[in-house]
Design a protein around this ligand. Structure first.
Ligand SMILES: NC(=O)C[C@H](N)C(=O)O
Length: 562
């Protein structure tokens, strides 16, 4: 698959609208298009009125660069000043002309000289949250979170969105190129918490259409078990009586009376049975809706915190597979790198051990980084100019250096020997690393990505394969500078008897895990996989400080609106 550097110039718009990217992102800055007539739609980033002209910078989100636009007052029905405010939408027709020489770059760029203003959506700059007026300051990223619906219009969120899009495309390209099949794993499950995080979100099923039924049921309550049994007995007795009469050749009249009595009691029973099926009405009501949660899936259901175990079923049949979707955890942490809803890329490979897993993880992160360097330099440069001077260098570092690979035990030793810094949480063998420990390894000791593997069995999930030392498991975390853990994964326990023991040791019954054990019972295979937190990759690439600013609709404690 080729990278989508330049979109098709033909589109399906009746106005023949051209994307700004197709004009200004050409290597000649669009000069080759001088003389062309085009139609362009976008939003004003900056504008000013000078005499009978308006000079605008227009952007349509297709790229970080703006198109310079010149509008003569004679072509606007509205007052010229109305179209210069930030946020104004415009659909324009005009001719591309060579603009003035830019003394900084020594280049001229094209300008659109407007012949016709087709549509205008005006903005009241006093009330518009994103206007910068004398009395209003530019909003910080933090306060922009209160305007999730307007945030896409900011340069930062549009760059983040383009980078996410590029990383999505790169992800599918990487896995498809290496023969992986994309599997759509579910987001609802009754087998909860495989990650042992204790942070699952439960699904509640509410039905409003049963409101009428609930009211009816209240006035006319459900039959009791006794009532039902009595009705069943009556049908049985009446049926026997009628068949006796038929067998004994009784007279027709007697038989027809017995049969119609049987029909009446059968009808009564059917009605009682139908009423019993109206179970929802018996269940608690919330805001006039009926809570049918535990009946709908027979058991309490949860949103999945990882597609791993479902993916394992496919890896154990189709070899190499991957999934990419939303992951939901009732994550209480308010840290810069946690969300309650995040996107995770999870590959799962059959006939693969921990080392293969590490190789794939490293190659994938390198591929993503190279992809951004090859295809998104303009957005990356925006990040460098505005947020993190080292953002591009970090990507280059990832693509050019092998990741360090150390065992957990080695990492503990290294961190224990640190004297120049005091960690908030002490390091000793058996702890789970905090972000401060991970960042110390990547940012200070190695100054590059580090893969830490073979963590203590006691702090990791039961499905990770036990190593021969019986103390550690064959798992890995890929840690990157600035962010810490980017990837977590491991080799799965494929030995039936060991897995059975591990489940029991974890304090659970075997019953709910029979399907998981089946994968080990029949045709078991060594297999491994990992999960890359997509927003963490975006954090790593952009250098932004908070994960809430790299996802379109952030969910965290207290926030799930829009
Ligand atoms: N697929 C994976 O290995 C990811 C792992 N289950 C996690 O949620 O972190």
């Amino acid at each position: 698959m080729a990278a989508p550097t330049q979109p098709e110039t033909t589109n399906f718009s009746s106005s023949g609208r051209v994307l700004i990217k197709n004009i200004v992102c050409r290597s000649d800055g669009g000069i080759g298009l001088v003389g062309e007539k085009v139609s362009v739609g976008g939003w004003v980033k900056n504008g000013k009125q000078q005499g009978s002209f308006a000079f605008l910078e227009l952007n349509d989100g297709s790229c970080p660069s703006n198109l310079q636009v010149v509008v003569d007052s004679s072509v606007v029905a509205a007052n010229l000043v109305q179209i210069v405010h930030t946020g104004t939408s415009l659909l324009l027709e005009g001719e591309l002309k060579k603009g003035a020489l830019d003394h900084g770059t020594k280049h001229s760029f094209v300008e659109l000289h407007v012949k016709k203003v087709i549509d205008v959506g005006i903005v009241d700059p006093v009330n518009y949250a994103l206007s910068e007026t004398d009395s209003k300051q530019k909003l910080t990223l933090e306060s922009l979170r209160d305007y999730v619906h307007l945030r896409p219009r900011t340069n930062t969120m549009s760059a983040v969105c383009r980078l996410r899009n590029a990383l999505t495309y790169a992800t599918h390209t990487f896995f498809q190129k290496h023969g992986f099949l994309h599997v759509h794993t579910p987001i609802i499950t009754t087998t909860s918490d495989w990650e042992g995080s204790g942070e699952v979100i439960q699904v509640t099923t509410l039905f409003s259409e049963n409101e009428k039924l609930a009211k009816e049921m209240k006035e006319n309550p459900l039959p009791s078990e006794d009532e039902l049994d009595a009705a069943k007995l009556l049908v049985k007795v009446k049926r026997e009586a009628a068949s006796q009469l038929i067998l004994s050749n009784a007279n027709k009249n007697e038989i027809s009376i017995a049969v119609s009595k049987l029909a009446i009691s059968m009808e009564k029973l059917t009605k009682l049975e139908e009423r019993t099926a109206y179970k929802p009405s018996l269940l608690p009501q919330k805001d006039g809706m009926i809570d049918y949660s535990s009946d709908f899936f027979s058991r309490p259901a949860f949103l999945v915190g990882s597609g791993q175990v479902q993916l394992e079923t496919f890896a154990c049949a189709l070899s190499n597979v991957y999934t990419f979707g939303p992951t939901l955890r009732a994550e209480k942490s308010q840290s810069f790198r946690h969300l309650a809803e995040f996107w995770m890329v999870e590959p799962e490979m059959a006939f693969a051990d921990l080392e293969d897993n590490m190789n794939y993880a490293e190659a994938y992160v390198k591929f993503l980084s190279q992809w951004l360097l090859d295809n998104c330099l303009d957005d990356m440069q925006f990040m460098v100019n505005n947020y993190d001077k080292t953002a591009i260098d970090r990507l280059k570092l990832v693509t050019s250096t092998p990741f360090e690979r150390i065992t957990y035990t080695e990492a503990v030793k290294l961190l224990e020997s640190v004297t120049e810094k005091k960690f908030e949480n002490m390091v000793e063998w058996g702890i789970n690393f905090d972000s401060e420990h991970e960042r110390y390894l990547t940012d200070v000791i190695f100054k590059k990505p580090v893969i830490v593997y073979n963590y203590p069995k006691g702090i990791k999930e039961f499905h990770m394969r036990i190593n021969d030392d019986m103390k550690t498991v064959a798992n890995m975390d890929v840690l990157v500078p600035k962010v810490g853990e980017l990837i977590g994964g491991g080799q799965r326990e494929e030995r039936y008897d060991v897995m059975e023991k591990r489940i029991l040791e974890s304090g659970s019954a075997l019953d709910p895990y029979q399907w998981y054990l089946d994968l080990r019972r029949y045709g078991t295979v060594k297999h491994s996989g990992f999960g890359l937190g997509f927003e963490r990759m975006v954090l790593f690439a952009t250098g932004l400080d908070n994960i809430r600013d790299v996802i379109p609709f952030p969910r965290y404690p207290g926030r799930a609106d829009l």
